[in-house]
Design a protein around this ligand. Structure first.
Ligand code: ZN
Length: 131
């Protein structure tokens, strides 16, 4: 069962603090899995980093700039992703996109962060539950 963020009725975080569902690209019809379940932890970060100047948005961006993206799925290693692409880099911020359809930004990576962290907005995703 695949549901959009707005329609989620079950907890997204399980008892061990990890994502309880697979995290998919938010684009209608795209089945690309960004993060498999139980790979990422929920964190709060500065959502303004996701706000891109209009001119730098990828051509096929469907996403509105929205500063209340403050909750993110966090992984510390690129290898933790099932699939992810990089779109543009602005300053020290690399924007993450869907590896299949290039929709983005769905999250970001601040190259100055130590330890490394990769963040996917919990709102810029669909979720696939087991049942
Ligand atoms: Zn996609």
């Amino acid at each position: 069962m695949i549901v959009s963020y707005e329609n989620i009725e079950k907890p997204l975080v399980n008892s061990s603090g990890k994502n309880s569902a697979d995290v998919l690209c938010p684009k209608e019809g795209c089945k690309c899995v960004v993060l498999g379940k139980e790979t990422a932890t929920l964190v709060e970060r500065d959502g303004s980093k996701l706000v891109l100047p209009e001119s730098t948005l990828p051509a096929n961006s469907l996403l509105q700039n929205n500063i209340d993206d403050t909750h993110f799925w966090h992984v510390g290693n690129m290898m933790d992703f099932d699939n992810v692409g990089f779109s543009i880099t602005v300053g020290t911020t690399k924007y993450l996109s869907c590896a299949d359809c290039d929709l983005g930004p769905i999250g970001y990576h601040d190259t100055t962060c130590d330890p490394k962290e990769y963040l996917i907005s919990i709102k810029r995703a669909k979720y696939r539950f087991d049942d």
